[in-house]
Each structure stands twice: as structure tokens, then as C-alpha cells.
Design a protein around this ligand. Structure first.
Ligand code: B1M
Length: 210
């Protein structure tokens, strides 16, 4: 079995120790970080996601896989976040109220930090007032919102509208599995990113406009 398959299988099995060890070995053997992330960690999480959908696994298994994925992400974080890059701007980001998913958001944060942005992470289940408070405190170039549930997409809309009412020039980018470019435009967001890499592109474009 290849190291990437070991990482993938470790995530599927929710075996944090194995994922940490295999990821460390992949790094020490010089494998590309993008491959470790996409073909190892994310590939494993996608398998669990598909099983979760058809009730083959339940919340505890998914949580164990998420934890295992986090241990792998912690190993590669220093490689993604290259130290010493001048800060390009500040981004405030959080998962909207009612939504506890943070794996994707955390990946976006790693990529943004790696690209040289200072990121203020508000965490999960973030109410609109907290985004507004953070906007006033940190004066970010871009506010990023994440939502993974169709039931929290209306909350995303509310947060966009209230942030906009609070400050008409705020630049807002949104993302998360059920979010689409069309939905982003409908709710008045300035940008949409389908994945962590495009989040960096959209933030760069919005920062240039801010
Ligand atoms: Co949840 N869950 N979950 N879950 N969960 C989904 C999202 C679901 C699709 C599973 C399914 O049924 N197939 C489904 C949603 C269905 C829907 O709304 N249509 C679902 C459900 C139903 C639920 C619960 C309601 C289950 C229950 O309790 N009955 C519950 C809700 C809890 C809540 O939030 N209130 C729940 C709970 C959980 C866990 C706690 C067990 C766990 C979360 C752990 C954690 O995040 N710490 C969990 C997980 C892990 C998942 C799946 C399996 C994986 C999500 C994930 O991390 N993907 C997911 C199924 C799936 O998506 N395959 C599922 C990997 C991640 C890298 O991708 O998050 O899409 P993603 O992020 C991407 C992009 O979307 C984008 O970049 C990221 C990196 O490329 N992106 C952004 C994300 N945020 C961005 C922000 C940006 C830009 C880009 O801002 C600028």
C-alpha cells in the first residue's frame, strides 16, 4: 500500500496515530504537500462522507475520522504556512451560526496563512454580531463565511445582509459544500470559492478591490 493510501485508510478508520505517523513519513520522504492533502487526507474524508450519506457510518465514526484528519493537517501545516511572508492583509473567517463543521474552514485558513494573510479565526457556530464585532476590531480586507448545511445557508444570507448593513464597503467571500457561485451572488456576497485553493484566489482579488 502506498503512503498516501495509508493516510487515506487511516482517516477512514479514524486512526489518528496512524494518520500522524504516515503523514510524517510522507513528509520525510519528500512527497508533495498537495498530494498528501488531496490524495490522502481529503480522499479519506470523502470516503467517510459518502458512507455517512448512506448511513453506513454514523456521527461518532465521522468525528473520529475528522480528528484523524486534523492530526495529519497539523503535520503539514508548517509546510503550507511558510514563515516570514509579509502579511498581505487581514481576513476574518468563521462558520456561520448553527453550523459546527470546521474542517474545510481550517483548510482555507491554512492556505490563506500560507499565502501570507493574517487570519482571525472566529471558529464555529458564529453569530452575526460576532462577525460584526470582529470586523470593527480587526478591520479586515475580507470576511469569509463557511456553511456546510443547507439549513445554515439562510443564516449565511442573514450574516451577509447584516454585515453589509453595518458597513456597506465590507468585502465578503463565502464557501462550503452546499454553497454555489449562484447562491453567493443571490445573497449579495462579493465572492465564492469552491475549495481552499480558490479561496486564496478570490481573497486576493477582493483584497485588491478593498
Ligand atoms: Co456533517 N454533514 N453533520 N458532520 N458532515 C455533511 C455536511 C453532510 C453533507 C453529510 C451527508 O449527509 N452526506 C450533511 C449535510 C446535508 C445537507 O445539509 N444537505 C451533514 C449533516 C446532515 C450533519 C448533521 C446534521 C448530522 C446529524 O447530527 N444528524 C450534523 C450537524 C451539526 C451542525 O453543524 N449543527 C453534522 C455533524 C458532523 C460532525 C460533527 C460529525 C462532523 C464535523 C466535524 C468538524 O467539522 N469538526 C461532520 C462531517 C465531518 C461531515 C462530512 C462527512 C465532511 C465535511 C468535511 O469536513 N469535508 C460532510 C459530508 C461531505 O461533505 N462529504 C458532512 C471535507 C472538507 C475539506 O470539505 O468542508 O466542503 P468542505 O470544505 C471545502 C470547500 O467547501 C471550501 O474549501 C474547503 C477546502 O477545500 N470551503 C470554503 C469551505 N468553507 C469555506 C469558506 C470559504 C471559502 C471556501 O470562505 C471564503
Amino acid at each position: 500500500m502506498s503512503i498516501l493510501d495509508e493516510i487515506k485508510e487511516g482517516v477512514v478508520a479514524g486512526n489518528a496515530k496512524k494518520v500522524k505517523e504516515s503523514t510524517e513519513r510522507a513528509v520525510s520522504e519528500g512527497l508533495a504537500v498537495a498530494g498528501i492533502l488531496n490524495d490522502g487526507l481529503i480522499a479519506g474524508m470523502n470516503i467517510i462522507g459518502a458512507r455517512f450519506k448512506v448511513n453506513e457510518v454514523y456521527v461518532p465514526e465521522v468525528l473520529m475520522s475528522a480528528r484523524a484528519m486534523h492530526t495529519g493537517m497539523a503535520v503539514i501545516k508548517p509546510l503550507i504556512v511558510s514563515a516570514g511572508i509579509a502579511e498581505k492583509g487581514t481576513i476574518v473567517i468563521g462558520t456561520v451560526k448553527g453550523d459546527m463543521h470546521d474542517i474545510g474552514k481550517n483548510l482555507v485558513i491554512m492556505m490563506l496563512e500560507g499565502a501570507g494573510y493574517r487570519v482571525v479565526d472566529l471558529g464555529i457556530d458564529v453569530p452575526t454580531e460576532r462577525f460584526i464585532q470582529a470586523f470593527d476590531e480587526h478591520k479586515p480586507q475580507v470576511v469569509g463565511l463557511s456553511a456546510l448545511l443547507t439549513t445554515t445557508m439562510p443564516q449565511m444570507q442573514e450574516t451577509v445582509e447584516e454585515l453589509r448593513a453595518h458597513h456597506d464597503k465590507v468585502m465578503i467571500a463565502v464557501g462550503g459544500a452546499p454553497v454555489t457561485d449562484r447562491f453567493a451572488r443571490e445573497i449579495g456576497a462579493d465572492g465564492y470559492a469552491a475549495d481552499a485553493a480558490s479561496a486564496v484566489d478570490i481573497v486576493a482579488a477582493l483584497t485588491a478591490k478593498a
